[in-house]
Design a protein around this ligand. Sequence first.
Ligand code: SF4
Length: 377
Amino acid sequence: MNHSTDTPRDLRSLNAEEAEDLLSGWGHKPYRAKQLLGWLYKRSAASIDAMSDLPQELREQLAAVFSLRPLELAREQCSLDGTVKFLWRLVDGELVESVLIPASIGRDGSQSDRRTLCVSSQVGCAYGCTFCASGLMGYKRNLDASEIVDQVLAVERWRLAKGVELPRREPLVNNIVMMGMGEPLANYDNLIRALEIFNSPWGLNIGARKITVSTSGLAPQIRRLAETPQQYHLAISLHGATDAVRRKIMPINRKYPLEELISACEAYQQAKGRMIWVEYILIDGVNTGSEQVEALSRLAKRLQCKVNLIPYNPVDGIELNRPSDGMVGRFRDALHHDGVRVTVRIEKGTDIDAACGQLRLKSEKIFTSAEALGQAG
Ligand code: SF4
């Protein structure tokens, strides 16, 4: 059974080893497992019945034990810059978001064919960061691995339904950031299974270097992730460069203060030999002072990381403000002057609710008022 609902386990959480064991246990030929995985992850079958080259007997055996329930598209918002925000309805009616960001310009200014999907890992979030729409709604539940994986597959189904053609018949999503709703490292086992499916040749075959896990700073799980063999990219949502400031806006800092977080990051870097990204949302009058520049500069040099500055995107119901462009520029220049590699995020989807959790919050209000009026579909 699926631990998050009372439904049978969804097939799209199966890995190659499990598929092989299962099918050989039922007496099927080894190549049937490969066929099944192909239907699940390459062809994104919408039902077990659609797997037309599997014997009827095998399809019945699968249907008796597993479910296969694609995410339902509840709402989509398309930005003028090509960013698309999806709101998915899960089997128990909960809603989560993914954001598709087509980058035509890379971080270094070169042309890029990177098409990133920002993927959610939980419904809501328990960590209560004061600036975040997902934190505002509180924690509801973990997504299981199939619900994480199907966000990418569902975008591919959406592309096919729209008739969007890509060169070399490649899939739409070729870069994944676990940066949507929820704290991915708080849903560790489901995350690791989903990453395995994203990364494996029998799965979505997306290189580990094109998969980023973003965390608010769960130090023990960063150390655990460091022990996995894959070279997943790590991004830290820092947002405060001293304990005093970070504690105010990110309660997680009380459990894992900066020193503990930074030393876990060092362990990750040592294990992987990979550069970490530090994300820093600039919130007017909260974390933009000169003492933050100095502390951030010290941390960035210690980690030899890149810093990505993100001017705060206001969220309904949260009384925090975006700093002026001048302030953002001065913050960036001060870091740059100190020798820190720093960029300001090129904003995408500013004409839609592009920050994580916003579309769900708004839709909840819309659905709730529709239900109150007896108009819900
Ligand atoms: S920023 Fe991340 S960890 Fe903090 S509340 Fe939002 S989703 Fe949770």
